[in-house]
Unconditional design. Structure first.
Length: 277
């Protein structure tokens, strides 16, 4: 078999390289270059061999922060605390160990002013300590309609690096803000925002695992409605700005393994299916 024949279709070289580039990009968090060697078989009883010699970041992005992660697959609650198909931001949000949240059972629509005050107090305390945090609650953040969300101002939550809004429990589905109240701030400061629809059944439902946060010990006392927990290691939070998919992975469930590799294999299978149909 000649190299020309191999490239022409006998060897699925383009598919293999596309898969390796995708896997490498997810693994290293940036566009990659591949060095490889192709050993063509000498007889029909042998197999062609593709040897990957090296995968490295492209020279112009080596050493830069990951900003080009692309993925479609979203894991379930076994692996992720939050998943969303309507996330804002792009790349990885690092260094977040603190989580400030409101349990759905504690979300009292007549007490949203008090909830906002408790959040503002924790925001101030965490800011003084230099701690970035994830903020999560039902309803719209910054809503003027107190029955549909928590009426915080930007100064009340400006220490949050990643913000999550979920559906109000026991209420008719209300269109969430998707970050519209603080859009300019989110963009200006490079923050992340995720809107989660956790009302659907089965795989269609996105993940908002409040029970997981509840399983962690309380870190700050004295609040009636708002809970603050702190993890031993930073959360792994990733957003694909192109597809608007976002995930907050649980500890010891690395994104590269439970999302990146699965996504790459699913893309390869889809490519093979399309080529055979």
């Amino acid at each position: 078999t000649s190299l020309k024949e191999a490239v022409a279709g006998e060897v699925p070289l383009a598919k293999a390289l596309s898969f390796l580039l995708r896997l490498g990009t997810i693994g290293l968090g940036c566009p990659v270059e591949i060095e490889f060697a192709l050993k063509l078989r000498q007889s029909a009883s042998e197999r062609h061999e593709l040897h990957v010699l090296q995968i490295r970041p492209q020279s112009q992005v080596a050493g830069q922060k990951a900003t080009g992660l692309r993925f479609q697959y979203l894991p379930d609650a076994e692996y992720a605390a939050v998943t969303s198909t309507r996330a804002l931001g792009n790349g990885r949000f690092d260094g977040i160990r603190d989580v400030v949240y409101v349990r759905p059972a504690d979300f009292d629509q007549s007490k949203t002013d008090e909830i906002a005050r408790e959040i503002a107090q924790l925001n101030s305390k965490l800011g003084k300590d230099g701690n970035k945090y994830l903020l999560m609650a039902p309803g719209r953040w910054g809503s003027a309609d107190k029955s549909r969300g928590i009426p915080v101002g930007w100064s009340d939550i400006d220490g949050a690096s990643f913000i999550v809004e979920t559906q109000v429990p026991g209420d008719e589905p209300v269109p969430l803000s998707q970050g519209s109240h603080f859009f300019q701030n989110l963009i200006s400061f490079g923050l992340g925002y995720a809107t989660v629809d956790n009302t659907q059944e089965g795989r269609a439902s996105e993940v908002a695992d409040y029970a997981y946060w509840d399983s962690l010990p309380q870190h700050s006392e004295g609040n009636r409605y708002v809970r603050h927990v702190q993890l031993e290691k930073p959360l792994e939070i990733v957003v694909d700005g192109l597809s608007r998919h976002g995930v907050v992975m649980k500890p010891d469930k690395p994104f590269d393994v439970y999302v990146g590799q699965v996504d790459a294999f699913m893309a390869l299978q889809e490519s093979q299916f399309n080529s055979n149909s």
